[in-house]
Design a protein around this ligand. Sequence first.
Ligand code: NAD
Length: 695
Amino acid sequence: MSEVIPYAVRDGIAVITMHNPPVNGLGHPLRVAIMDGLEQASADAAVQAVVVIGSEKAFSGGADISEFNTPKAGMAPTLHQIIDTLEAMRKPVVAAIGGFAMGGGLELALGCHYRVAAPGAQLALPEVKLGILPGAGGTQRLPRAIGAEAALDLMVSGNPVTPERAPQGLVDEIVQGSLLDTAVGFAGKLVAEKRPLRRLRDEKPAFAGDAAAFFAAAKDRVARQSRGYPAPPKIVACVEAAVTMPFDEGRKFERARFEELVVTPESKAMRHAFFGERAIDKIPDVPKDTPTIDVKSAAIIGAGTMGGGIAMAFANAGIPVRLLDVSRDALERGIGVIRKNYAGTVEKGRLSQAEVDKRMALIQPALSYEEIRDCDLVLEAVFERMALKREVFGRLDEVMKPGAILATNTSALDVNEIAASTRRPESVLGLHFFSPANVMRLLEIVRGAKTSKPVLASAMKLSKRLRKVGIVAGVCDGFIGNRMLEEYLRQAYFLVDEGAAPQDVDRALEEWGMAMGPFAMLDMAGQDIGWAVRKRRQGDPRARRYSAWIDRVCELGRFGQKTGAGVYRYEKGDRTPQPDPEIAKLIEGYRKETGVTPRAVSAEEIVERCIFALANEGARILEEGIALRAVDIDMVYLAGYGFPVYRGGPMFYADTVGLERVLSSIERFAKGYRGECWQAAPLLAKLAAAGKTFN
Ligand code: NAD
């Protein structure tokens, strides 16, 4: 690769090349280099115009995340100063955007007088996804470039647009051929034609119609759509400021809103989630250069609910997959479901028929193990029975080529015991997908006692190809997610014993931010799954107490949506949970039998008991080393359980509340109804006493 020259002059045009791989994050050294370039270009009488360019892959991804929370982030020249200097230049400045311009990167481009971009480049102000807003003039310049309405859409969604689809005013020319040559040519033309310098700060945002009415409606809409998220309403206010205030005042307004946002627990939680997605890749004893097995083909045993969804996940990633089941019938049924799912995607316009045909062709049925022996990875998704799993793994051990990865999708069975049914336990691990497996992002990667490092590293790499959030978990009943869920549900059942209606519990948690309350969720997933687990544990001395009213719901054959009724009832063809007087009666009867006099239960108590139950079990999981870090637990809940991003995950939320307060609440619960189920995790008690946090 040739060396990158940060400043050069070509045909009277100064070219400032940003170079801070991989994304041209606007860290301090790069900011200094840009400023130096601008000064040279100003001082050099031979220079008539300036082009600012990055690499072909990246104009700039915005702030340099390695500088976050360090003094370097605020060191001069700041991004503000650079953008102001760019904009004030007396010679035309052209941004040449290849790859992407995100956040501060796009704000920098908006400070340039003109912008040219490569086809397909991604332009975005995604700050909203971190609970903040574009704070380097973006909320003021973007409305001036493309109009208030389009600017609002872009900043409230945070989603990227390409130059081809960008609102008018964002990109002046789409490049054909070389980005640099075109930009230099474009700058030359500006000079030759004496085109005026377009300084966005001096323009008025284009606005058609009644601004007051527009912003009132926008505030209303955004408040409804982004409940719990603090940034969108403030973005609306900033865009309104861009329309109603002079530029400098608007900028001050933007800065003040930015500073309010950046300290909110919600925005801290969202940044925690953002960094969490990067943190989970690091496994302390598995270095980055661990050799990996390239998964070029996969096989799945069991073409049921999970096997089918997982096959789709592989096909969606372009990996050929063989689907094996016991009979032709079972296979045909499985493939039929896959076909139906894809057809739905085509109907919704999300995939073309040609694309679906390509993916379907990647999924090949198989009826014998001989047909799968050469696959690089095999994933077992048969019924949840240990004897059966052992039998399947014994067979896989016999047929699979040496070095193949042998994975199980078990929800709760002992992965070590499954591995022990082979002569190659080092090749065995759990890959715990969530239903529907082609949609849900979470993947628990279960590391057995003997799983080798290359096998683990390969699974991590595979999770990325499948576009999953892969999180390493140790072996225990329920791994990270479902083990914690059990404690959460235990409290949800007890709260109903004590006097709350199921819909009260769901409403309280949904208003707090959970995507779905526990009872609606169980009805969706199928009540029979948990029921089977509870029955299996009957008589087990280690089994913990739970409330049996939920079993009575199952005894009525009410398994949830799939049977038309569960804890709720459902109208035909409608998934909306309807409270059912029959269940109210059942619960009332249960209370009488168990001698409980119902009391009023507050929404606050519902949230505290359920969420602290998650954090408390999370603390045990952390202490036992089942999860590597608190952030891994948070990411499991954010990616797989509908936990609100703006709460940061159960462990982060407990940190936000304060562990001392969490502990004292748990001590109080321990004196209440079924208090014997509450024992503070030792790690929680220890951290609380030391004034520390999980994260
Ligand atoms: P399922 O009943 O829908 O499918 C199981 C499939 O395995 C059936 O098609 C069956 O014919 C096939 N099968 C049974 N024995 C076989 C054998 N010896 N060889 C080949 N195929 C065989 O079950 P599911 O819900 O897909 O669950 C499969 C596994 O995934 C279980 O271990 C379960 O615990 C786990 N899991 C399920 C969920 C979920 O939400 N359903 C979530 C995560 C993990």
